[in-house]
Write a protein that binds this ligand. Structure first.
Ligand code: ADP
Length: 161
């Protein structure tokens, strides 16, 4: 059984992430969406909330699991006995970052390979940052995120006022 880990911050999960997770689930027998607990960026949603949102919006895909992890992604993959990491690519700057991360990971853990899936054209511009910026300026994000994420954003941003 071939398992892949799809790691990320998912703050919050959006349609571009969901597209990559679903396509990975068509390729691999099992995909673990791994929510990184403490990235070096300011978060809108805590780890538990991000895991809950990802779990909710991918609940219909039987071969996807969702959990959080800490520390190095390579160490997490080793703990889970997984040697494939899936990432999504939108623009050239993503490629540069993922390329560097892939080479670093292979330096640390030569048995781990990275598979990058190209974004679907309609999500090429989409990022969690864009979603948060639009939502916090009062705009609608309904075409970018599923309803549970839209509702969570509304509640969180109201709390922030
Ligand atoms: P990270 O902080 O690890 O980049 P993100 O949650 O921003 O976490 O993204 C997780 C993964 O999803 C990354 O590989 C990122 O390139 C990919 N991704 C983000 N947005 C999109 C999108 N619109 N289309 C395809 N892949 C995406």
């Amino acid at each position: 059984m071939k398992t892949a880990v799809y790691p990320g911050t998912f703050d919050p999960v959006h349609n571009g992430h969901i597209d990559i997770a679903r396509r990975a689930a068509d390729i691999f027998d099992r995909v673990i969406v791994a929510v990184y607990d403490l990235p070096q960026k300011t978060l809108l949603f805590n780890t538990q909330e991000r895991v809950a949102l990802v779990s909710t919006v991918l609940a219909d895909v039987p071969n996807i699991e969702v959990e959080s992890y800490s520390g190095l992604t390579a160490d997490y993959c080793r703990r889970r006995g997984v040697n494939v990491i899936v990432r999504g690519l939108r623009v050239v700057s993503d490629f540069e970052r993922e390329y560097q991360m892939s080479l670093t990971t292979r330096e640390l853990a030569p048995e781990i390979d990275m598979v990058c899936l190209m974004t679907s054209l309609q999500y090429a511009f989409l990022s969690s940052t864009i979603v948060k910026e639009i939502a916090s300026a009062g705009g609608s994000v309904s075409q970018f995120v599923p309803v549970p994420v839209e509702m969570a954003l509304r509640v969180r941003l109201q709390q922030a006022v």
